[in-house]
Design a protein around this ligand. Structure first.
Ligand SMILES: *[C@@H]1O[C@H](CO)[C@@H](O)[C@H](O)[C@H]1NC(C)=O
Length: 322
């Protein structure tokens, strides 16, 4: 009878140690009813241009109405080529001086997009920026435990093969990433572990690249093949991304997973449409952002344009699948 007990003792600490390798942040809801509210925006940093300032202003207004707990940035934080270093003034010009509303003075949980990798990627992760603006919490892959929901932030740029094989005129800052296969294998292992351990009502994964998209870039095949099966196998509710400069909501046809694109933080791409096999619920090829409200039983998503008009909203009650 001793053998199974020994096995258990050996296995459990290993799992804990593996999961602990990705940074874990605690963000308990501040509201008395323990509900959580947040905004998600992507593909934004253009010194206010291409309506970045208009989107920022409306985020401030909606953020105030919803009394948000935090903001998620899904990457492509600084165009065209990320930051040149920790002293790059673009950080203030495109972030600090743009998102000035009181309601947006909350943590910004941020990941890197492909354009961020074209500059000094490590600069965006540096505590120097957090000293300049305490809202800035940028890491490659990490977890935010927000009680009602666990958010798994995934560094998706290294998945995309063409950035490695055909970088064209761009150079990617793969410090701390290369070799690709090892990095991805570890990332997926940590994610799987974290998802399996998560006891939160809502499991939400955040990446820069879309798994499903009907816009310019379309589906990201590397993510469809390598990331998606893990999300489906572990009951992930929402996948939130940017990369395509539009707003989208697509439903999986064979799982509860919802794909949400919020890549309308500044320059938008008009008039591109590439259908895919999942169910398109909403597509807007203009600028804007997304909000999310979560309780223990309900999720509510809304998309807004530059005028703050609600373009699409969608709700789900947990346990409503038959
Ligand atoms: C900014 O938004 C307005 C709508 O409020 C739109 O007419 C205009 O084309 C947008 N500008 C850019 C540069 O996208």
């Amino acid at each position: 009878m001793a053998a199974p007990i020994t096995l258990l003792l050996v296995v459990v600490p290993l799992v804990v140690a593996a999961a602990a390798e990705q940074p874990q942040l605690e963000h308990p809801p501040s509201k008395e009813d323990r509900s959580l509210a947040l905004l998600a925006v992507g593909d934004w940093g253009r010194r206010g241009q291409f309506n970045q300032s208009l989107v920022a202003e409306q985020m401030g207004i909606i953020g105030e109405k919803m009394d948000i707990d935090f903001v998620i940035s899904v990457g492509d934080n600084f165009y065209k080529n990320g930051l040149t270093g920790v002293d790059d003034k673009t950080f203030e010009e495109s972030f600090t001086n743009i998102y000035t509303a009181k309601s947006l003075q909350k943590p910004w949980y941020t990941i890197l997009g492909n354009h961020d990798y074209r500059g000094d990627a490590l600069a965006q992760l540096s505590p120097v920026l957090r000293n300049l603006d305490s809202r800035w919490i940028c890491m490659k892959s990490f977890v935010v435990n927000a009680e009602v929901a666990d958010f798994f932030f995934v560094d998706t740029t290294p998945f995309v093969l063409k950035y490695w094989n055909e970088p064209k005129d761009s150079t990617y800052d793969w410090r701390g990433v290369a070799p690709r296969e090892t990095y991805i294998a570890k990332l997926l292992k940590d994610l799987t572990c974290g998802l399996k351990q998560s006891k939160a009502t809502w499991k939400i994964v955040v990446g820069h690249h879309a798994i499903r998209s009907v816009s310019e870039h379309g589906d990201t095949q590397e993510l469809v093949q390598q990331l998606l099966p893990i999300l489906k196998a572990n009951g992930v509710d929402l996948y939130i991304n940017g990369h395509d400069h539009c707003l989208e909501h697509i439903s999986s046809r064979d799982s509860p997973l919802q794909y949400l694109t919020s890549g309308g933080g500044s320059k938008a791409w008009r008039g591109i449409f590439t259908p895919n096999t999942d169910k398109l619920e909403f597509f807007y090829d203009g600028q804007g952002f997304m909000s999310l409200r979560l309780t223990n039983t309900e999720a509510h998503v809304a998309f807004y344009d530059v005028a703050g008009t609600v373009l699409h909203s969608w709700g789900l009650t947990k346990g409503a699948y038959y």
